[in-house]
Design a protein around this ligand. Structure first.
Ligand code: DGL
Length: 278
């Protein structure tokens, strides 16, 4: 089984692309809906919550967990990889979704000016700036926090005029600061659901990149380069194409919200991540 984690529903946009590209793999999705959104929480909380989730997915037998959440990737991934993995499961792996974008982002721009849209937590962490600088030294990167977009999506207000108003405001702000931007990365897993709104308000000269395609490509590459992990995923699951949905909130709550992101009915289990509650 391949584990996919998000603070709530947003990671379902990534899971959808992964499940389509890897139809024979089993997935288990965990949304920490009871504690979402993570966007404006402290480093300590996001790190602790993410570590609990990763540990839980490991306990189910996932040798690889993808943090399908920019905020968790920005604030918790590095510490988990560097400090915790060797103690809790040295042979397992955790990957995030910021580095894969950083590796590719230079290919999406002709002008050399890129914009990143994300939650307050992702933007404040500067993770995109730091990671992109490792691969593209001459690229100019401008960031914009879009704090209203996650609550609007979570409340199913995708087609509400307020959503268009905020998308317009955030994109205008970043383009006013740097008009040479020709590529905008949707650096939050909720934002692909607003793709049409972004297309409507942005000038034609600005291309939008969602993360799903890049994450799929990088995951496939990772599995090919790490046969020991790939073999353990098959061993633990049988690669049957099954998806398990878990949430820290109630199953009913998840089922209702997931309709916006998944479009078909899902079977959901409610779980408690704390080790002594398992
Ligand atoms: N899924 C998170 C991300 O990609 C956003 C939701 C949240 O703030 O928890 O950044």
């Amino acid at each position: 089984m391949l584990g996919v984690f998000d603070s709530g529903f947003g990671g379902l946009t990534i899971l959808k692309d992964l499940a389509k590209a890897l139809p024979n793999y089993d997935f288990v999705y965990l949304g920490d809906n009871a504690r979402a959104p993570y966007g404006n929480r402290s480093f300590e909380s996001i790190y602790r919550y993410t570590l609990e989730a990763v540990d839980y997915l490991f306990s189910l037998g996932c040798p690889l967990v993808i943090l399908a959440c920019n905020t968790a990737s920005a604030k918790a991934l590095r510490t988990i990889q560097q400090n915790d993995l060797s103690k809790i499961a040295p042979q397992n792996r955790v990957l995030g979704i910021i580095r894969p974008i950083a590796e590719e982002v230079g290919k999406f721009t002709k002008s050399g000016y890129v914009g990143i849209l994300g939650t307050e937590g992702t933007v404040a962490s500067q993770s995109y700036l730091l990671e992109i600088a490792k691969f593209w030294q001459n690229l100019h990167v401008e960031q914009q926090a879009c704090p209203m977009l996650v609550p609007l999506v979570e409340n199913n207000l995708i087609n509400h005029p307020a959503t268009e108003m905020f998308v317009k405001e955030y994109t205008q702000k970043i383009l006013e600061r740097e008009p040479r931007i020709d590529s905008l990365v949707l650096g939050c897993t909720h934002y692909p659901l607003l793709q049409e709104v972004f297309v409507k308000v942005l000038p034609k000269s600005v291309k939008i990149t969602s993360q799903g395609g890049v994450i799929v490509q990088k995951t496939i590459e990772y599995l090919a380069n790490h046969p020991e992990i790939d073999n353990r995923i098959s061993k633990n699951s049988g690669k049957n194409g099954k998806i398990r949905f878990l949430t820290t909130d109630s199953a009913e709550f998840f089922k209702k919200g997931a309709e916006t992101f998944w479009h078909t009915q899902v079977q959901v289990e409610s779980v408690n991540l704390l080790p002594n509650a398992r």
